[in-house]
Design a protein around this ligand. Structure first.
Ligand SMILES: [Zn+2]
Length: 128
């Protein structure tokens, strides 16, 4: 499993049609993930909060992700394991996806004067 990073991330992953027979989460850009299944080629990370929540994330695209996020379960600051996740299955289900920003997200950022996406940052989408 340690070859995840070395193998790199294909561009625009998970673009195949939504399977009718699986309980998937459809993302804002139309792609989908199955929160209960590990993608053997996926690039996984975990953010740990001080209350013991372990938030499994997956990068769908290449880009920059932050070292900290606000835990959606308790609002505390959750810190990244910096992709050192030898057994992502032990942290299922998937809680967040990092993906390229949608056109409307980029537009909103420009309007608000930010530059996260412009500088290569990925957009976070929570998986309920
Ligand atoms: Zn928490």
């Amino acid at each position: 499993m340690s070859n995840f990073r070395a193998s790199g991330i294909p561009e625009r992953r998970h673009t195949e049609p939504v399977p009718a027979d699986r309980r998937v989460h459809v993302l804002a850009d139309g792609r989908w993930v199955d929160p209960n299944v590990i993608d053997p080629t996926g690039r996984y990370n975990v953010y740990d909060c001080p209350s013991g929540h372990h938030l499994l994330s997956m990068d769908l695209d290449r880009g920059v992700t932050p070292a900290f996020v606000a835990c959606p379960d308790c609002d505390a600051t959750a810190g990244s394991r910096f992709y050192r996740v030898p057994d992502p299955a032990s942290s299922l289900p998937l809680r967040m996806v990092w993906r390229l920003a949608t056109r409307s997200e980029r537009k909103r950022e420009r309007r608000e004067g930010g530059d996260h996406y412009a500088l290569g940052g990925l957009s976070r989408e929570w998986v309920p």
